[in-house]
Ligand binder design. Structure first.
Ligand code: DGL
Length: 263
């Protein structure tokens, strides 16, 4: 079973991307809705949460861990790999950076994400390493976008204006590729494309993460058993009717939510 965790609802974009590509795997999702948002937390807190979430997923049968949340990936993926050496652990950052470095034509990449993701500087560091210093990453934190997406304002005028304002400094740097470095932003893809212009290549970090998991499973077919398709299982640390509503809207299916007691 593949275990996925996120700060709350955003990781469902990764679930959706994985469900499209993996037909034999049951997904076990944990959304830390009681402690969301992660995007404004310190790296120390995020490492602590990430360890607890990973522990819980492993205890409940996960053989592979997917850190769907960009903020948690930035703060904790490296540490989790040290803490659980035998467990394949996937974060969002490496696959998204690889895609961006491959696709950029002018070597100028933009990144939008939460404050935690942007201030980690990890996207820039990895991109430099992967390209032998040939590409540059310009980042802008977009803290207002998560609440707008959670309100379902995917195409509201207010959302468009805010996205325009956030991408303005990146357009000024002439980036030709933009990494959507937050679980929620794939739901605003059209607006980002509009505001960046048609020529800009958008990198959907949820899609890239899903591709890297599929690639790993293709290369390591025995790492987890193929199972007859079973419904994915969803756990959260706090249940609200709003979560249930958005989750079903995003996934396009009815889901049963279970509550887990959180440390
Ligand atoms: N899941 C978070 C991320 O991708 C966004 C929501 C939050 O701040 O918790 O960074």
């Amino acid at each position: 079973m593949i275990g996925i965790f996120d700060s709350g609802i955003g990781g469902l974009t990764v679930v959706k991307a994985l469900q499209k590509k993996l037909f034999h795997q049951q997904l076990l999702y944990f959304g830390d809705t009681a402690r969301t948002p992660y995007g404004s937390k310190s790296p120390e807190t995020l490492v602590r949460y990430a360890r607890q979430n990973t522990e819980w997923l492993l205890e409940h049968g996960a053989k592979i861990i997917v850190v769907a949340c960009n903020s948690a990936s930035a703060a904790a993926t490296v540490q989790l790999r040290k803490d659980y050496p035998g467990v394949p652990i996937f974060g969002v950052i490496t696959p998204a950076v690889e895609a961006a470095v491959t696709k950029t034509r002018n070597g100028l990449i933009g990144l939008v994400g939460t404050r935690a993701t942007v201030s980690s500087n990890l996207y820039g560091t990895y991109a430099k390493k992967m390209s032998d210093g040939k590409v540059q990453v310009f980042a802008n934190a977009c803290p207002l976008l998560v609440p707008l997406v959670e309100e379902g304002w995917f195409s509201a005028g207010e959302t468009k204006r805010i996205v325009k304002k956030y991408v303005h400094p990146l357009r000024a740097k002439n980036v030709d590729t933009l990494i959507l470095g937050c679980t929620h932003y794939p739901l605003l893809k059209q607006i980002f494309q509009q505001k960046m212009g048609n020529q800009t290549i958008l990198i959907d970090s949820a899609e890239e993460l899903a591709k890297s998991v599929v690639h790993y499973l293709d290369e390591n077919p025995d790492s987890i058993k193929k199972l007859p398709k079973k419904k994915s299982v969803f756990y959260v640390s706090d249940i609200t009717s709003h979560f249930q509503y958005i989750a079903e809207r995003w996934l396009g299916e009815t889901i049963e939510l279970h509550k887990v007691a959180c440390a």
